[in-house]
Design a protein around this ligand. Structure first.
Ligand code: SF4
Length: 444
């Protein structure tokens, strides 16, 4: 087969699901150009490192990955969020071949062509070309991330994403739906909708009308959720800010059209700190909104992330955050200690909190939330749930329920799972819970 002689590309993908989607696009393009993807550095003709530059630890990890790839292979192309700081990368790793920022798919692909050229012309009739819509997914075949927009119009003071990724640019709804349909045709059972700010979808193009399957549709969150909900697969929403119009999508969850799951990055519970953070939707009454959502859809799972020790956070602000947590009763929560990010405006704020206090607050936060998460999880014992199987471990099938996003939430371990295979849906009876996961058996 001709493909055996084609150049091989090694690929390292770091960072968030959005970066993962970028990696998938680059890989899809390279495969359609006839490249092979190598599982090792040594075997590759060139290595692409898709970096993350969001927080200092991610930058360090990215720089380390570039160094490793250089040591093992020597020919390294760098892309992704850290790529916007080319001079910093070149100072540490002067021998990298090329550096580009996020979403510069074309530039990455042409750098690969330049540094790992074909010895002969690529022949589309003999070489492996993925079918349109099939993509090369880094995620298991049965779930896929669906990126609906790039960039962000907000100016959160701790974040440099808008300066790295630019202002909000929404993909027309027809494009997004065609990609979603292609993924479902290729066997995907769960679509994970991502963007920097999913609720802002379409704002930049004034909710412009587009077409999907000959049907006019506005490029807007509600219409997108309705259309995705008609595809017959799980649809999970990430990075949703609690704007009033989000209320309109909750009935779709109650009706079983999309998963009753919202990933809402709230970051804090004190209005004063939220203001200092310049968070979107900070002024709205989030607790009241959550209460209303749960009234419409009682089985709704809410995941969120928070930052403790933001500059200026007093003990009083922190206690307000704990009271917020107590009241909000969120299902899944991640929490980070604030740390400066080069280029972020929060660095210059007064009242930086010392490391011991940050660590102590993180611990108090996590202790309280662990209790809340544990008790919400234990309330599921005895219930019946639909789950999607991710993997097998002997007799046990490892699955997720509507409450569990891949990689960040919990798992459902199904005992004596028979011949259930990854990608299959199953009905289970929950037998037990621990801090994160559920144990279940197949339902009668
Ligand atoms: S909403 Fe805020 S935290 Fe999220 S990407 Fe935009 S600026 Fe950054």
């Amino acid at each position: 087969m001709a493909a055996e002689h084609n150049p091989k590309v090694g690929f390292v993908s770091l960072g968030c699901p959005k970066a993962l989607v970028d990696s998938e696009r680059i890989l899809t393009q390279l495969r359609s150009d006839g490249y092979q993807i190598s599982g090792t550095y040594e075997d590759a003709d060139v290595v692409v490192v898709n970096t993350c530059g969001f927080i200092d630890s991610a930058r360090a990890e990215s720089l380390e990955a570039i160094g490793e790839a250089l040591d093992a292979n020597g020919k390294v192309i760098v892309t992704g969020c850290l790529g916007v700081q080319e001079s910093e990368i070149r100072q540490i790793h002067p021998s990298v071949l090329s550096v580009t920022g996020p979403q510069q798919y074309e530039a990455v692909v042409s750098a690969v062509h330049q540094y790992a050229p074909f010895e002969r012309e690529y022949d589309p009739y003999t070489d492996l070309v993925p079918k349109p819509g099939a993509g090369i997914k880094l995620t298991p075949r049965h779930y896929a991330y669906l990126k609906i927009s790039e960039g962000c119009n907000h100016k959160c003071t701790f974040c440099i994403i808008p300066s790295m990724r630019g202002k909000l640019v929404s993909r027309p709804i027809g494009d997004v739906m065609s990609e979603a349909e292609g993924l479902v045709r290729a066997g995907v059972k769960e679509l994970l909708v991502i963007a920097q700010d999913t609720s802002a979808y379409g704002v930049d193009i004034k909710y412009r009308m587009d077409f999907w399957g000959g049907r006019p549709l506005k490029t807007r969150m509600l219409e997108l959720c309705q259309a995705l909900g008609s595809l017959g697969v799980w649809v999970r929403l990430h990075y949703v800010y609690p704007y009033p119009h989000v209320d309109e999508v909750i009935p779709l969850m109650a009706e079983g059209k999309i998963l009753p799951y919202l990933d809402v990055p709230l970051q804090h519970g004190s209005p004063r700190i939220l203001k200092a953070m310049k968070r979107p939707a900070a002024a709205g009454n989030t607790l009241e909104r959550i209460r209303r959502w749960r009234e419409i859809c009682p089985e709704l799972t809410i995941r969120s992330t928070f930052i403790v020790g933001f500059p200026g956070e007093t003990e009083e602000d922190f206690e307000e955050l704990l009271a917020f947590l107590e009241e909000a009763q969120l299902d899944r929560v991640g929490c980070f200690k604030y740390s400066d990010v080069e280029g972020a405006r929060a660095n210059a704020l007064e009242g930086h909190v010392d490391e011991d206090t940050k660590a102590e607050r993180l611990e108090r936060f996590m202790d309280l939330q662990a209790e809340i998460s544990r008790s919400r999880l234990s309330a599921k014992v005895g219930t019946r749930q639909q789950v999607l199987v991710d993997a097998r471990d002997g007799d046990v099938a490892i699955a997720r329920s509507s409450a569990d996003a891949p990689e960040i939430d919990g798992l459902v371990h199904i005992q004596n799972a028979g011949d259930l295979q990854p990608g299959a849906f199953a009905e289970v009876q929950v037998l037990a819970s621990d801090d994160h996961d559920l144990t279940a058996r197949l339902a009668d």
